[in-house]
Design a protein around this ligand. Sequence first.
Ligand SMILES: O=C(O)c1ccccc1NCC(=O)[C@H](O)[C@H](O)COP(=O)(O)O
Length: 213
Amino acid sequence: MSRLATKICGLSTPETLDAALKGGASHVGFVFFPKSPRHLDFDRAIGLASRVPPHVTGVAVMVDPDDAFLAQAVASGVGAIQLHGKETPDRVAAVRTRFGLPVWKAVSVKTSADLDTGRAYVGAADLLLYDAKTPEGAALPGGMGLRFDWRLLSAFDPPLPWGLSGGLDADNVAEAIAITCAPLVDVSSGVESAPGIKDVDKIAAFCKAVSRS
Ligand SMILES: O=C(O)c1ccccc1NCC(=O)[C@H](O)[C@H](O)COP(=O)(O)O
């Protein structure tokens, strides 16, 4: 079991969810975004969330959701909400108040100035997830296997609990942790054999690499 928090994101089958749990993941992510190859419908999410034990947190990942969509995602049985769109601090605070769950805000990073945009979410979000900025016009705001310069974080003092995301895999996560001292790492593409297809062996290898860090 790792001392670092680990989120395996974009899970959509019982087998791969179980691989994440067996590997010691602290968080498992369910993506509710129809444009994503990892999109889950709410019925399937209920089935998956029911397999998640109490010591693990299911995280609903959404992009600029309205309250009705949020309500359906939350009803699936998750324990946290990850907002991965252009949600403002006021919107993040309103979601946290309305749904009573911890809210993570993704911060898209390419430059050091991007890191600073997270400061506006102090008092609104519970955790900042620093993720690689995807190109303008990209189909997805996350989950594209892109990484940013981790050295940006080595000289940065995050204003909230935080996590590192973007382009991580079993081969590079130890280096990423060593450079950034991230308390939480999050992965999606790096534990897949194809977009949206999670690989149980890659999940196990990732969890093992984190646990050795
Ligand atoms: O994974 C997706 O398809 C996705 C779609 C829309 C918004 C966010 C999405 N993923 C969010 C995550 O938390 C991913 O784990 C994170 O972006 C890292 O992804 P990757 O670089 O592929 O490991």
